[in-house]
Unconditional design. Structure first.
Length: 424
């Protein structure tokens, strides 16, 4: 057995055991604390709501177990099981340019994987989400979304893959540097066009109506020196009962988007606090930091791919007897997450620190109390558990645990002075 094969299997096995252990901890921790609402939320969340969140979390973990085993099994079948090697030989019989046969290979693996994982996605949407009252989509809309996603993948993915495979074949030893530049240009372009060209394919975006709420939000934007292309309400309720808010776009093409479900449940000062939190990510340069980190990591990734593509053992150790640019790219995309998964706690720690900083900015602009009220509504309406396992959260969650986050905000509420203190 080749050394890299051993490393691949070991990393895959360790990752599988680690994930199962973390899931078990989360299951046990949530179940243990299901019987009582955490004290910080006792006057804000009912026991019934708390138990719904606990049951929803555990149900998603059950699905997560199945998804984990399916993903691991598919990865082994594609690589050491010879699946990619078989498909590669079949596409080699097609009398076409190697670039086009390579694109066909990559898309066929992706499509087959998606089809094999589709039943679990259907169960998640139409059984689990429906059971907890979140699913609002229809079978027709679900199928339409899948077809639109496939069409977009073809329209956007084929040109990108063609350029990268062409560079791998024609750009010499430093092809990976040119391919990295193409990749980053593509990502920035997607950030730019997503709000106006891609997102409206799936959802309707209605400009926020004139009134006190819009004036409040515009005042906040002016205080923060933030410009955008508008404030929009998205019809997220046609697919799900979950609520959210986000910024989208890049440069001067940024949009502020609230789910209609969220807009209906939050008061004006609470929406202002949520928006102030999102603005905090921009003002504290979190978006720029994430972009720079992604740029650096993708550069390292392309450099590593540039080296591995010329190593025959890389292909053989992953169950492939041939050697081609498309095979190198495909195997790299499949193998990389097996090793990069161990960086998750580092990324989660950085993300959670940024969330605290954004919360601090929201407190400065809108106050701590409205932010706490908004968060509690978000936790309650999305059935987010208030009692996650600390280790599971440290590994998986981009946001701090609910009790920790609310405690952080509560500590910033200025106490009301007593009558004696006020007169002194």
């Amino acid at each position: 057995m080749h050394l890299f094969t051993l490393l691949f299997i070991s990393a895959l096995a360790i990752g599988l055991v680690l994930q199962l252990w973390l899931m078990q901890r989360q299951q046990r921790h949530v179940a243990t604390h299901r019987v009582q609402v955490p004290p910080a939320f006792a006057d804000k969340v009912t026991l019934q709501e708390h138990q719904k969140a606990a049951d929803y979390t555990r149900a998603k973990l059950d699905i997560g177990h199945i998804d984990l085993f399916i993903g691991t099994g598919l990865l082994l079948l594609w690589t050491l099981g010879g699946g990619i090697d078989f498909l590669h030989r079949q596409w080699q019989l097609w009398p076409a340019d190697p670039i086009w046969s390579g694109i066909a290979l990559i898309f066929s693996v992706s499509l087959i994987s998606a089809l094999l994982e589709l039943p679990l996605g259907i169960w998640n949407t139409f059984v689990l989400e429906t059971r907890f009252g979140f699913n609002r989509t229809t079978a027709r809309r679900f199928i339409t979304d899948l077809l639109l996603q496939l069409l977009l993948a073809l329209l956007l993915g084929i040109p990108l893959l063609w350029v990268i495979l062409w560079l791998m074949d024609r750009a010499g030893d430093t092809w990976w540097l040119a391919a990295w530049a193409v990749w980053m240009s593509f990502m920035l372009l997607m950030l730019w066009i997503y709000p106006t060209l891609i997102a409206p394919i799936f959802n309707k975006f209605t400009p926020l109506e004139e009134g006190p709420l819009k004036q409040r939000i515009q005042s906040l934007l002016e205080r923060c020196g933030f410009t955008s292309k508008g404030i929009f309400i998205m019809d997220g309720s046609k697919r799900s009962g979950h609520g959210n808010a986000y910024f989208t776009g890049f440069g001067n093409n940024k949009r502020i988007v609230f789910y209609d479900t969220l807009a209906e449940s939050l008061e004006g000062n609470e929406m202002e606090a949520v928006l102030a939190h999102e603005l905090g990510h921009f003002k504290r340069r979190h978006v720029l930091k994430h972009l720079l980190l992604s740029t650096a990591m993708s550069l390292v990734g392309f450099a590593l791919l540039g080296w591995l593509a010329g190593q025959s053992w890389f292909y053989q150790s992953l169950g492939v007897n041939g050697q081609s640019n498309a095979l190198a790219l495909l195997l790299f995309m499949l193998a990389l997450p097996v090793f990069s998964q161990f960086l998750q706690p580092v990324m989660a720690t950085m993300s959670q620190r940024h969330e605290f900083e954004a919360d601090d900015f929201a407190v400065e602009q809108a106050g701590a109390a409205p932010m706490i009220q908004a968060l509690v509504k978000l936790y309650r309406e999305n059935a987010s558990t208030l009692t996650p396992d600390p280790l599971y959260s440290a590994f998986h969650d981009s946001h701090p645990p609910a009790p920790v986050r609310v405690a952080h905000l509560s500590a910033k509420i200025q106490p009301v002075p007593t009558e004696k203190e006020a007169t002194e």
